[in-house]
Design a protein around this ligand. Structure first.
Ligand code: SUG
Length: 434
């Protein structure tokens, strides 16, 4: 079967801010309280989507969620009018910040997807992630399910599973800890699930039992699934998701030498399931774990281009680290499929620990499945222009955690989301509109 990969980027929401909410995510902790620029953030994200589209690839997006999430604030005992809710919650800045997070932008965490060639029933399977490890992210799940069902609605092709139950016991962070290896997008693929075990410093967000449950739900062939443990050293160095230290695409696995707890065992298991795999590894002597985590080298998008080569879409931070840049240059010069590097400025997202790969959910689809996908979420030049115009109209260019206490900002943010639903013909979609 011929299939294409479509990257669905998270359209960055108007409340993008630095609240330091993610324990174990070094950038998030470091930038706590800094002023953000939501307008620059969304425009950087759109520019990245345009750059990927310009490579000759299809590009989609997922809309931002409604923040502040008034439904959660109500459930926590704040009451009255929407303005009164914000006034009361202002006395609880931590709760308010959690309900204001624009973190649904990192759609690698929206869920895990299995393309139809890999599932026993020949359908595309989606499991939205419960994101149980962090309060601000756990409240994304119900709306994420709604968004994915809205875009991939046709039951002849798409199956949506409920988020995993049980909180952190089945902690699931979606595709950020999952990679697919395949000889082509349309060939039957091998699924690599990387789970964590708590480190000395930081908790593991992705549990093995959660990855196993997703693999069962998606009806994957057990001979083509591999479960490997992330290195605890990587977790403790700040790789809170495995996509900070490795990325898989097609026949290539591009990763840091210290990604897996048992490197040899993991590589043997991967080679057994995917004998065609080409492993491109950065030795720690060339790129330290700290380099990898501060530059987000492995949080690049590894993309198969129409001509058969592969390109890396990297954050600017990788170009600015001399050791990382020379490793990328060496990789391009060597005889392997990776032949292009494109450095993008996604600094607003990076300051919260989200690089190019965090910002996208990969969905591999056949032509018939693409035809069954809601076209409003597939981008062309006209839609890029419309999204930019919408963002320029509604987004602030400066936001501090203090601004979240102002009820006028709530009105402004939800007005932006309301305008977007009209632009996209979504009807009364979000909780605040129902
Ligand atoms: O879950 N940051 C996100 C970053 C997610 C990156 N995604 C992947 N690696 N795939 C997180 O830690 C920070 C929000 C704040 O602190 O304001 C945050 O949620």
């Amino acid at each position: 079967m011929t299939c294409r990969e479509i990257n669905f980027d998270g359209l960055i929401g108007p409340t993008h801010n630095y609240a330091g909410l993610s324990f174990g995510n070094i950038a998030s902790a470091k930038n706590k309280g800094a002023a953000s620029n939501p307008r620059a953030a969304v425009l950087q994200g759109v520019a990245k989507m345009r750059a990927v589209k310009a490579l000759g690839l299809n590009q989609g997006f997922l809309p931002p969620q409604d923040r502040p999430h008034l439904k959660t604030l109500r459930a926590l005992g704040f009451s009255g009018t929407d303005r009164q809710i914000i006034e009361q919650a202002a006395a609880h800045p931590e709760i308010l910040a959690n309900c204001y997070a624009a973190s649904s932008m990192w759609t690698a965490n929206a869920g895990t997807v299995a393309p139809s060639p890999d599932a026993a029933d020949g359908k595309v399977h989606f499991t939205s992630a419960n994101l149980a490890g962090n309060f601000h992210r756990s409240i994304e799940a119900p709306t994420t399910v709604r968004v994915l069902k809205h875009i991939f609605a046709d039951e002849r092709f798409f199956v949506h599973h409920p988020v995993l139950p049980g909180g952190v016991h089945f902690g699931d962070e979606g595709a950020a800890n999952h990679g697919r290896l395949a000889e082509s997008h349309g060939a039957k693929g091998v699924h690599l699930f990387v789970y964590g075990i708590d480190g000395d410093k930081f908790p593991a967000r992705q549990k093995k039992r959660a990855s196993e449950a997703v693999a069962r739900n998606h009806r994957l062939d057990p001979a083509k699934t591999v479960f490997v443990q992330q290195a605890r050293a990587a977790l403790d160095a700040g790789a809170f998701h495995n996509d900070v230290v490795g990325v898989a695409n097609g026949t290539v696995l591009f990763l840091h030498e210290q990604s897996f707890e048992d490197r040899e065992g993991a590589v043997a298991a991967i080679r057994k399931a995917a004998p065609f795999v080409e492993i491109i590894e950065a030795p720690k002597s060339a790129v330290t774990l700290e380099d990898a985590i501060s530059s987000y080298l492995f949080n690049s998008q590894l993309l198969s281009l129409p001509g058969g080569e592969m390109a890396l879409v990297l954050p600017k931070e990788s170009e600015e680290n001399a050791r990382v840049k020379s490793f990328v240059d060496e990789t391009l010069a060597k005889n392997n499929p990776i032949n292009r590097a494109i450095y993008m400025d996604v600094r607003e997202s990076m300051r919260n620990g989200g690089g190019p790969a965090c910002l996208r959910l990969r969905v591999v689809l056949s032509d018939a499945e693409i035809a069954a996908t809601n076209p409003n979420f597939l981008l062309d030049d006209r839609k890029f222009d419309a999204l930019e115009a919408w963002a320029r109209k509604h987004y602030r260019d400066r936001l501090t955690p203090d601004d979240l206490r102002d009820p006028d900002f709530m009105v402004e943010s939800l007005a932006a989301i309301d305008a977007l639903t009209k632009l996209l013909g979504m009807g009364a979609f979000y909780d605040f509109q129902r």
